[in-house]
Design a protein around this ligand. Structure first.
Ligand SMILES: Nc1ncnc2c1ncn2[C@@H]1O[C@H](COP(=O)(O)OP(=O)(O)O)[C@@H](O)[C@H]1O
Ligand SMILES: [Mg+2]
Length: 463
C-alpha cells in the first residue's frame, strides 16, 4: 500500500519527472501537473495528503494554488518550492498557510525529510478530523474562518463546551468576532432551535437595562403600563448573550450573580420569583481581572462567569488568517453584489498582512467590501484599499519595522549605515579618526561610505 498521495506541480518537466520518480521509489503514490488548471483538476479529483508546488510558474503561480488548497482543500499540506534567494516569498508562503518550503535546487534528503514530516502531521490531523466530523454532522463551524493555531484552539474549545450549559466568557478586542462566536456556540448546542438573544449592556442606562433583562411589573416605574417579560425569560431554553458585560452597574452585578447561581430572578417591581433555563454567554473587550483589582467588577461574579474563557486574539496576532478571511469576505461580497469573482493582487495581499488592523476582522471585512465596489478590473489592487493601509506600511518601512524578515545581510545594512554616520559626525568627517574609532581600515570605511552614499556629506560638514 502506498505511504500516501502526493501531487507534484512544476512547469519544468525535467524536475517534475525526476522528483515524481524519486517520490514513487520512496513508496508514495504520485500525480503530476505542469499547469495550474491541471493541478486544480487533480485536487478536485483525488484526496492528496501533500502537494509540492513550484512558486514561480509562467501562467499562474504557486501562491494561487496554495490559495485554492487553503480555500477548498484545506486538508492538503502544501510544500512550496522557491527559487534560490527568494526567501521573501518563502516567508509569504508560510504566512499564507503553506506547511513548509524548500529552495531550489531540491535535495533528495531534504524533500524526503519534509514530506515524511508532513505525512506524520497529516496522520494526526486526519485523526482529529474524523473526530471533528462526527461532531460536524450535527453542527457546523462553517461561518467562522480561521486556521491560525490560536483559532484552532478556540474551535476545539467551542466544540467542547457548546452542548453544555456552562457559562462562557468571551474576551477580545472590538471586531475580533466575539458576537459571531457567541452565536456559533448557540448554533452548535442542542438549544439551537430555541432563541438566541443578544443584549448590548453598554447601550442602555442602568435602570432600563435591569428591566430589559429581567422584565418589570405593571406600574413599577413611569411608563411601565403593563407586565413585561425580560430577555432572560424570552431566552428560556435558549441562550442569552450579554455583550459589554464590564459596563454592568454594581446593583446589576449582584442580580446577575444570583441568576447565574440559581437561575432565579424577579421582574422589576415584583416579588414573584421566576425561573428561566437560559444559557448565558458574556463578552467584554476589557481586562475584567483588572476591573476586579480596581474594585469595579465583583470578584465573585468574575469567577462565576469565567468558567469557560475564550480569548480571541487580535487579527494582527494571526496574520496567517488574513488571506483566508480576506478571500472569504471577497467571495461573500462579490456574490452579494453580483460581481464576477475578484482576486487580490500579491501587493494588496501583502499590504493587508502588514497592516495592524486596530478594528480587527470587522475592519478587514469593511475594507474588502469597499474594495469590491472600487475594483475596476478582475483584481483588487493596492489602489482599491484605503490609503491608511499604505500610509501605515510606509511609516513602518521608514522605520524599518514592517515586520518582514530580511536576509541577515540586508537587515544589518541599516544599523551599519547609522553607526558609520554617527562615527563620522563624531570625528567631524575625518576618515582616519573614524576608521580608528570603528577599528576598520580606511579603505573599508571608504567603500562603505560610498555604498551608503555618505561620501558626499563632507562638504556639508565643513559648512
Ligand atoms: N473568524 C471569523 N470568520 C469570519 N468572519 C468573522 C470572523 N471573526 C469576525 N468575523 C466577522 O467580523 C465582524 C465583526 O465580528 P463581531 O463578532 O461583531 O466582533 P466583536 O463582537 O468582537 O466586536 C462580523 O461581521 C463577523 O461576522
Ligand atoms: Mg460584538
Amino acid at each position: 500500500m502506498a505511504k500516501g498521495n502526493i501531487l507534484v506541480v512544476d512547469d519544468d518537466q525535467i524536475i517534475l519527472n525526476s522528483l515524481s520518480e524519486f517520490l514513487r521509489l520512496e513508496g508514495y503514490e504520485v500525480e503530476t501537473a505542469e499547469k495550474f488548471e491541471e493541478a486544480v483538476a487533480w485536487l478536485d479529483q483525488k484526496p492528496f495528503d501533500v502537494m509540492v508546488t513550484d512558486v514561480s510558474m509562467p501562467d499562474v503561480d504557486g501562491f494561487e494554488l496554495l490559495k485554492v488548497c487553503k480555500n477548498r482543500h484545506s486538508d492538503v499540506a502544501v510544500i512550496m518550492v522557491t527559487g534560490y534567494g527568494t526567501i521573501e516569498s518563502a516567508v509569504d508562503a508560510i504566512k499564507m498557510g503553506a506547511y513548509d518550503y524548500l529552495t531550489k535546487p531540491i535535495i533528495d534528503d531534504e524533500i524526503k525529510l519534509v514530506i515524511d514530516r508532513a505525512m506524520r502531521q497529516q496522520a494526526l490531523v486526519g485523526e482529529n478530523r474524523s473526530l471533528r466530523q462526527q461532531l460536524n454532522m450535527r453542527y457546523s463551524l462553517e461561518s467562522v474562518v480561521g486556521n491560525d493555531y490560536k483559532m484552532l484552539r478556540v474551535f476545539d474549545l467551542i466544540e467542547a463546551v457548546a452542548d453544555s450549559k456552562a457559562t462562557v466568557l468571551i474576551t477580545g478586542e472590538s471586531g475580533t468576532g466575539k458576537s459571531l462566536i457567541a452565536r456559533t456556540i448557540h448554533q452548535r448546542s442542542s438549544r439551537s432551535d430555541k432563541p438566541f438573544i443578544e443584549v448590548a449592556c453598554g447601550a442602555l442606562p442602568e435602570t432600563l437595562l435591569e428591566s430589559e433583562l429581567f422584565g418589570h411589573a405593571k406600574g413599577s416605574f413611569t411608563g411601565a403600563i403593563g407586565d413585561k417579560a425580560g430577555k432572560f425569560e424570552a431566552a428560556n431554553k435558549g441562550t442569552i448573550f450579554l455583550d459589554e458585560i464590564s459596563t454592568a452597574s454594581p446593583a446589576l452585578q449582584v442580580k446577575l450573580l444570583r441568576v447565574l447561581q440559581t437561575f432565579e430572578f424577579e421582574r422589576v417591581g415584583s416579588t414573584e420569583t421566576m425561573k428561566a433555563d437560559t444559557r448565558v454567554i458574556l463578552a467584554t473587550n476589557r481586562d475584567l481581572m483588572q476591573d476586579v483589582k480596581d474594585g469595579k467588577f465583583r470578584q465573585d461574579l468574575y469567577y462565576r462567569i469565567n468558567v469557560v474563557a475564550i480569548e480571541l486574539p487580535p487579527l494582527r496576532e494571526r496574520i496567517s488568517d488574513i488571506p483566508l478571511l480576506a478571500d472569504s469576505f471577497l467571495k461573500l461580497y462579490c456574490e452579494r453584489s453580483g460581481r464576477m469573482l475578484l482576486d487580490f493582487s500579491e501587493d494588496a495581499m501583502r499590504l493587508m498582512q502588514t497592516y495592524a488592523w486596530p478594528g480587527n476582522v470587522r475592519e478587514l471585512e469593511n475594507v474588502v467590501e469597499r474594495a469590491t465596489v472600487l475594483a475596476r478590473g478582475r483584481t483588487v489592487d493596492v489602489d482599491d484599499l484605503p490609503p491608511t493601509l499604505l500610509r501605515q506600511a510606509e511609516e513602518k518601512a521608514a522605520t524599518g519595522d514592517d515586520g518582514r524578515i530580511l536576509p541577515l545581510k540586508d537587515a544589518l545594512e541599516k544599523p551599519e549605515k547609522e553607526i558609520i554616520e554617527r562615527a563620522l559626525r563624531a570625528n567631524n568627517w575625518n576618515r582616519q579618526l573614524t576608521a580608528d574609532l570603528l577599528e576598520i581600515n580606511r579603505t573599508t570605511l571608504y567603500k562603505k561610505m560610498k555604498k551608503y552614499g555618505l561620501d558626499f556629506s563632507e562638504p556639508m560638514a565643513r559648512g
